[in-house]
Design a protein around this ligand. Structure first.
Ligand SMILES: [Zn+2]
Length: 185
């Protein structure tokens, strides 16, 4: 059996080990050592240190993975956010908001109500002087407008809700990935 001479990597004591051995326990300091050889040179490494290196590597890999997961999530969200955009009157894109839905409803609904009341008072005046009955239709346009305002508001409100739901999901997922990354530091 061939024997090689080594030094303990921990205490420096000389060790003799069988050439084929892969591990040895130092007889002086009792360190558990791994025998490494490259080419013709042999050396020892304390196993706990090796484990630490391996764990560090695993942590590095985990960190790289989480950071690329975050990048992918961000890119995904960028696309999704785009899909949530609503196109305004002048072609400008914006994100739906509950406040915006309510403001638009109040504004348009208010206008519709005003129209209805205003047109009603005019047509009443008109029919009392014998104008054709067709003018009675004018107040109805106002009601139609109110109906449209409510419909538009409900539609934008539910879009805003869907957007907020997706936004929350994205934020919590991102927070989880950031935590994962910090834990692996
Ligand atoms: Zn030793």
């Amino acid at each position: 059996m061939k024997v090689i001479s080594l030094n303990c990597n921990h205490c420096g004591a000389p060790l003799e080990v069988p050439k084929k051995a892969r591990f040895v326990t130092c007889g002086f300091c009792e360190s558990k050592l791994a025998i490494e050889h490259s080419g013709n040179t042999y050396s020892t490494a304390v196993i706990e240190e090796l484990q630490e290196t391996t764990q560090q590597l695993a942590r590095d890999v985990a960190r790289i993975k989480s950071s690329s997961d975050i990048e992918r999530l961000d890119a995904q969200w960028e696309r999704k956010r785009e899909q949530h955009m609503i196109t305004g009157k002048h072609g400008a894109k914006s994100l739906p908001s509950k406040g915006g839905a309510i403001a638009a409803a109040v504004f348009m609904g208010g206008f519709g109500l005003f129209w209805t009341v205003f047109a009603f008072s005019i047509t009443r005046g008109a029919s009392s002087v014998g104008a054709p009955g067709a003018v009675n239709i004018f107040p109805l346009f106002g009601l139609l407008f109110v109906g449209f305002a409510i419909f538009a508001a409900v539609s934008q409100f539910s879009k805003a809700e869907a957007y907020e739901r997706d936004l929350k999901r994205y934020q919590s997922e991102r927070r989880r990935l950031v935590n994962d990354m910090q834990e692996s530091d």
